[in-house]
Design a protein around this ligand. Structure first.
Ligand code: DGP
Length: 142
């Protein structure tokens, strides 16, 4: 199956194809945005490309612009609810992804809680930093 064909077993493809209900707030030819069914805060939105891909790295480069434009438009709209918000993507099960159709979360914040705060964050180790730079610097596939 081509990576961008709608999948019958994908909830978000079902929403794109109107097989499944959703509270849609934005739609264009290539992207859709709708309310998260299990919102972290009031107005929690999901922005998706209509074509099915699991992760950002699989998105066709021609869709980078349209997808980011849709996210940006929805950021402006979310500011009608709250001036501050999180823009987040979970990529893979260990990162908390439960729906494997690429999506950006827009989460309006109404208080000062930081969802990414952890109780203890150790300072970056210099030796590990050098190792990480070696691993992460070359382009993918080299
Ligand atoms: P993630 O953990 O990043 O894969 O987030 C998936 C989000 O999708 C999660 O916040 C809950 C939401 N969600 C799950 N099922 C449905 C659904 O059927 N409709 C809508 N609108 N949202 C859903």
């Amino acid at each position: 199956m081509a990576p961008d064909e709608p999948r019958s077993d994908c909830i978000f493809c079902g929403i794109v194809e109107h097989r499944l209900p959703a509270h849609v707030v934005y739609e264009d030819e290539r992207c859709l945005a709708f309310l998260d069914l299990f919102p972290l805060t009031r107005g929690h939105l999901l922005v998706i490309p209509k074509h099915h891909v699991d992760r950002l790295k699989e998105l066709e480069p021609g869709l980078y612009g349209p997808f980011l434009a849709a996210v940006s438009e929805l950021c402006r709209r979310v500011e009608r609810l709250a001036p501050d918000y999180n823009v987040a993507m979970n990529q893979g099960a260990r990162a908390g992804q439960i729906v494997f159709h690429l999506h950006v979360h827009l989460i309006p914040r109404y208080d000062h809680g930081n969802p990414f705060a952890v109780a203890h964050r150790a300072r970056l180790d210099d030796g590990d930093a050098r190792e990480l730079v070696k691993i992460l610097s070359p382009p993918a596939g080299r």
